[in-house]
Write a protein that binds this ligand. Structure first.
Ligand SMILES: [Zn+2]
Length: 339
């Protein structure tokens, strides 16, 4: 038997695993070696900031404790449910908590990889904990994109845009490319992301200002489940794009049976598990904001069929917020590329 590892060691191991996963999945390897500190604090804190040409990541020891606790509570709640509604793991509960920590670290790494410090300057980004203000940027690392040039209404939307884009990139890296034999992995990895999203929401609720600066858990979950829904179609999109086709031939697409099986094996269990985690984390109301399965999945079908539309075209709060942020996020990504 090996010695049980400390939470500090678990956080470091999660960061190292996240870096390995990044290098495995992204064509260009991660370009810096993060300076990592575990801050002794029972609260959930995560802060990523520029350090020279690289980055620093401060995560509190409480982040590990709270993720482990959320898993413990969720699995206790799950065990009381009928078997078909229980959370299914692929290993020990400790492994599931480690996967949650790896997604959190992947999220922090991707703020840097996307280039978000060009917007935030040296203040960096606080994912949980007291809000940081972009203005405190030192002379050395002034933001090179001045968001003050945007209308006030858009300035207020910048921070949630950064969060959603970072969630998306982290999730793509963690889930990996689609293959039919990987269904259990997608379900497992996506389930491991859920406690982090709900804990971040719970932490946000402690800081009034954050309700404006971070997206709702409902929005983060909408984006996650929409991506999961789209995942089996992505190889067909890529093949058609590679061949210069404007329309995707039916022969490239997964069969209706495959899609039905995939949805039953992955989307339904992940959505059901999200309710368990909301309760485990102590914010069942945040799950109610998802708007119920029917409207939630109708909004996903809507965006996959019709693409981006104004927020009024959607039924649920999460999809509406996503729709409001998407056009600005696309512009911000272009501004980052051009800076
Ligand atoms: Zn973040």
């Amino acid at each position: 038997m090996s010695e049980p590892i400390s939470n500090d060691e678990r956080l470091l191991a999660a960061l190292e695993a996240a870096l390995d996963r990044y290098d495995e999945r992204v064509e260009v390897p991660f370009s810096a070696s993060p300076s990592f500190r575990v801050v002794p604090n029972d609260d959930f804190r995560a802060h990523v900031f520029p350090l020279g040409d690289g980055l620093g990541i401060d995560v509190s020891s409480g982040a590990a404790v709270q993720i482990i606790e959320a898993w413990h509570k969720a699995l206790t709640l799950s065990a009381e449910l009928p078997e078909h509604r229980q959370i299914q793991l692929l290993g020990r509960p400790e492994h599931a908590a480690d996967m949650s920590l790896r997604w959190l670290m992947q999220h922090e790494l991707n703020h840097f990889a996307i280039g978000h410090f060009k917007i935030t300057g040296s203040a960096g980004i606080s994912d949980a904990g007291p809000p940081v203000v972009f203005d405190v940027a030192s002379r050395r690392t002034q933001p090179c994109i001045d968001i003050k040039a945007l209308p006030q209404e858009e300035q207020d939307m910048v921070s949630p845009c950064l969060e959603l884009q970072t969630d998306q990139d982290a999730t793509e890296i963690v889930l990996g490319a689609y293959a039919a034999e990987n269904w259990p992995l997608y379900r497992y990895y996506a389930t491991c992301i859920l406690p982090v999203m709900f804990i971040l929401e719970r932490e946000d609720q402690q800081y009034e200002e954050r309700s404006r600066t971070h997206p709702m858990a409902a929005t983060r979950l909408y984006q996650l489940l929409a991506y999961l829904t789209e995942l089996p179609y992505i190889p067909a999109y890529k093949l058609a794009h590679h061949e210069g086709l404007e329309h995707i031939p039916d022969a490239y697409l997964p069969s209706a049976e495959e899609i039905d099986g995939y949805r039953e094996a992955i989307l339904e269990p992940v959505f059901a598990s999200s309710q368990i985690f909301a309760e485990a984390v102590g914010i069942p109301d945040a799950w109610d904001k998802l708007g119920g399965a029917e409207d939630f999945f109708a909004d996903i079908e809507n965006v996959l069929t019709n693409g981006h539309q104004p927020s009024k075209a959607f039924r649920t709060d999460g999809a509406k917020q996503w729709a409001e942020l998407k056009p600005l996020n696309d512009r911000l990504l272009q501004m980052i590329r051009d800076a």
